[in-house]
Design a protein around this ligand. Structure first.
Ligand SMILES: Cc1cc2nc3c(=O)[nH]c(=O)nc-3n(C[C@H](O)[C@H](O)[C@H](O)COP(=O)(O)OP(=O)(O)OC[C@H]3O[C@@H](n4cnc5c(N)ncnc54)[C@H](O)[C@@H]3O)c2cc1C
Length: 331
């Protein structure tokens, strides 16, 4: 298939997280006509940033690493265009009730000036319809038909469909079209995450910028201001650990915040004077163990991509979308 032939092939992509954006970018570069549908009002999904007038905080992914050569090449481009930069926090580990310095020397990258800058960078030349929650799909006469919660039936019909959603959402949307997705997605066992953001009027004197915490309710804390190009109030992000979060995912927000902040205090981050925001991630992390990379059904002209199909994390999400696009082009 050459570029001209591909132009006549339309692909709908559901989800403008890093996987959907990566898939759309590559499909477009290969000549396909793409259209993205995103339920929220911005791109980036779990690589997100919460913003207020005088502060902002990355409340999903905290940083990302790059190990695969394809992804390293991509990240280098993000760095060259100032969409990302290396973050060098003073990093500690809390283990068996003891603090120690982190010995890891791996590069940690963050979006700049915010984590969602990477998604914005990828999205700059892509057609995206926001506030479109796709809640029904159907394959009829070799065309995909979509229905959105907000707008009803989508007029355009598509030759291919890419589902770039977390496993439980992908499964709920596609199970009537692709029966085996239910079992595959269940294996991802995605867990939630309670996230607290604490804003301080003054700089805190905590002697580190970020810490991995073991065997406590909290698994991670970090000072957003220590990341490159951040401005505004001193802001800390606190993640509860996945198992605890999942167990208590239905707690009232105030109660979850209280328990997490009590734990933070014992770790030396006293948030009594801080303004607190809390966010409940229902599907934060998890992936299937065999790492297929993506799921692809040529007979149905449907593909699935996302972190859960590629080992989890930002790198996996980007690679999953990229590889699925190549597979569609080779079909
Ligand atoms: C709290 C937390 C901490 C994390 N920390 C790290 C970290 O430090 N390092 C790291 O590498 N990774 C981290 N991750 C994981 C990382 O964020 C993800 O691996 C990656 O962002 C997943 O991208 P994705 O495109 O696969 O999915 P998502 O980012 O979830 O994208 C899916 C998109 O689909 C949209 N959507 C959902 N349903 C619909 C629908 N029906 N119709 C239309 N659109 C829909 C969503 O709004 C979203 O934009 C963290 C995640 C969380 C939540």
């Amino acid at each position: 298939m050459n570029q001209d032939q591909r132009k006549t092939i339309s692909v709908a992509i559901i989800g403008a997280g890093i996987a959907g954006l990566s898939c759309a970018t590559r499909l477009k570069a290969l000549g396909f006509t793409v259209q993205i549908y995103e339920k929220s009002r911005g791109v980036s999904g779990r690589m997100s940033t919460r913003k207020a007038d005088d502060w902002s905080a990355d409340h999903g992914a905290q940083y990302f690493t790059a190990r695969d050569s394809l992804f390293i090449e991509e990240v280098n481009q993000w760095v060259d265009t100032d969409a990302a930069a290396i973050w060098n926090p003073r990093l500690r580990v809390y283990e068996a009730k003891q603090w120690r310095e982190s010995v890891s020397s791996e590069h940690r990258y963050v979006g700049t000036p915010a984590m969602n800058s990477v998604g914005k960078h990828l999205a700059r030349n892509l057609p995206i319809e926001f506030n479109q929650t796709i809640d029904r799909i159907a394959y009829n006469n070799s065309k995909w038909l979509l229905h959105s919660l907000e707008a009803g039936d989508i007029e355009q019909q598509f030759d291919w469909l890419v589902i770039a959603l977390p496993a439980p959402q992908a499964q709920a949307l596609a199970k009537s079209s692709d029966k085996s997705i239910e079992e595959i997605a269940a294996d991802a066992n995605m867990l939630g995450c309670w996230t607290v953001i604490a804003n301080f009027a003054e700089k805190s004197d905590v002697p580190f910028d970020a810490a991995f915490i073991n065997d406590e309710i909290i698994s991670w804390i970090s000072r957003n201001n220590s990341k490159p190009n951040r401005t505004g109030m001193e802001t800390w992000t606190i993640h509860a650990n996945p198992q605890w979060s999942q167990e208590w995912i239905e707690l009232e927000k105030d109660e979850a915040a209280k328990r997490i902040l009590n734990c933070a205090k014992t770790l030396g981050l006293d948030c009594d004077q801080a303004i607190i925001t809390i966010h409940r991630w229902r599907y934060a992390s998890g992936h299937i163990n065999c790492i297929p990379g993506f799921r692809f059904r040529e007979d149905l002209k449907i593909g699935f991509c996302g972190d859960w199909l590629h080992g989890g994390r930002v790198e996996g999400a980007w690679l999953s979308g990229h590889k699925l696009a190549s597979q569609i082009a080779n079909s």
